[in-house]
Design a protein around this ligand. Structure first.
Ligand SMILES: Cc1cc2nc3c(=O)[nH]c(=O)nc-3n(C[C@H](O)[C@H](O)[C@H](O)COP(=O)(O)O)c2cc1C
Length: 354
């Protein structure tokens, strides 16, 4: 299958299938009400510094598409949304553009539309250093995401099933890359054991991209026309649990990005409470720019902005990071998860380390 068709089918099936069946498990968390917030809304500041750039809102649109001229318009619209909202934008995998020279304009347009914003390049963790550098140069990118997508490749008929040597390959890229490197999942999350391995390898920035939102094993099963039910349709570590795992191993000085099924201001507030440094959203933004246009996507981020500020006001926090000190209640399957993993529930409910 040609890359152009692959990228178009991903967009089509992502919209058709929507989120799940896994859930993020943010519903298992509840903030403890504060009847004395003692805060003036004028003191609230939700801007953050991320990867060397100041973002007006602590969000980024995560990787979606590129490498074919037929998505120039989509990427142009995404860049307009990012520029208007003061948020970051990661492009979709640049493999086709870098390795086959296809659809370079679909990336150039992003910088044209958003000359000063935070723009993140995107490649598979399999690529060479030269390919990674070419992806960064193509966009004058501020950072590079290397994506991990073992479950997607497994279900994808034409997927690469050899996962050996990825860690070493990413390390080689990291050693010489002139911009920050983000290690990213694609909707199946990262667990404590792999954060630990990645930390030992020296990486600084992690994007958990957990389960509960866009579901690539399901998208690939749909593309392949499989007859049997897909064993891996609900695969992955829910975003809430992936962030909890990050809590226990990722030092506060390193950067943890929350993404995967984050849809509402409540999800965002909980992601910050669990230690996120910024929040990525993908599926709903693609749907809005494709079905309703740039203005609708901007309105979505404005609603998220207002919603997050309301959470901060009600909980007496001046910045999203102060949510880490707000007591939480944890119930349901997330409580079971904590037990199974041997995590101390009461300490986590009281305040989070990162
Ligand atoms: C149509 C589509 C294409 C995507 N392509 C890429 C990609 O090329 N590289 C990548 O790292 N992630 C890719 N993703 C994954 C997203 O960046 C994100 O990790 C995932 O969708 C989870 O976030 P969400 O639940 O908010 O959609 C894609 C997502 C969608 C919806």
């Amino acid at each position: 299958m040609q890359r152009e068709h692959l990228k178009l089918e991903h967009n089509k099936y992502a919209l058709e299938l929507g989120d799940g069946p896994a859930t993020t498990h943010f519903a298992d968390l509840q903030f403890v009400h504060n009847c004395l917030p003692e805060i003036n809304p004028a003191d609230i500041d939700i801007s953050v510094k991320l990867l060397g750039k100041r973002l007006r809102l602590p969000f980024f649109i995560d990787a979606i598409t590129g490498s074919t001229d037929s998505v120039i318009e989509i990427n142009s619209k995404l860049a307009q949304v990012a520029a208007a909202c003061g948020i970051g934008l990661a492009v979709g995998s640049q493999y086709g553009a870098v390795c086959q020279g296809t659809g370079i304009g679909s990336y150039k347009v992003v910088r044209e539309q958003n000359p000063h914003g935070l723009v993140i390049a995107n490649m598979s963790a399999f690529v060479t250093y030269e390919q990674a550098l070419a992806a960064v140069d193509m966009l004058e990118a501020d950072a590079l995401e290397l994506h991990l997508n073992a479950a997607q490749e497994l279900v994808m008929a034409e997927g690469d099933k050899n996962y050996a040597g990825l860690l070493q390959n990413m390390q080689k890229i990291f050693e010489s890359l002139p911009v920050p490197l983000i290690i990213k999942e694609t909707g199946c999350g990262m667990a404590k054991e792999q954060y630990q391995q990645l930390l030992e390898a020296g990486f600084y920035v992690y994007n958990c991209a957990g389960a509960g939102g866009t579901n690539f094993p399901a998208i690939e099963a749909k593309r392949s026309g499989a007859v049997l039910a897909n064993d891996f349709a609900g695969w992955g570590l829910p975003t809430c649990w992936s962030l909890i795992d990050g809590q226990y191993v990722i030092p506060a000085k390193r950067c943890l990005l929350a993404s995967g099924g984050i849809r509402t201001a409540g999800d965002i507030a909980k992601a910050f409470a669990l230690g996120a440094d910024a929040v990525g959203i993908t599926g709903p933004v693609l749907r809005l720019v494709m079905e309703e246009g740039v203005a609708a996507a901007i309105a979505y981020f404005e609603e998220l902005e207002q919603g997050l500020e309301q959470y901060l006001l009600l909980l007496g926090c001046r910045t999203p990071y102060e949510l880490r000190q707000v007591p939480l209640l944890i119930s349901g399957e997330t409580r079971n998860y904590l037990d199974c993993r041997g995590y101390a529930v009461a300490a986590l409910c009281k305040a989070r380390n990162r």
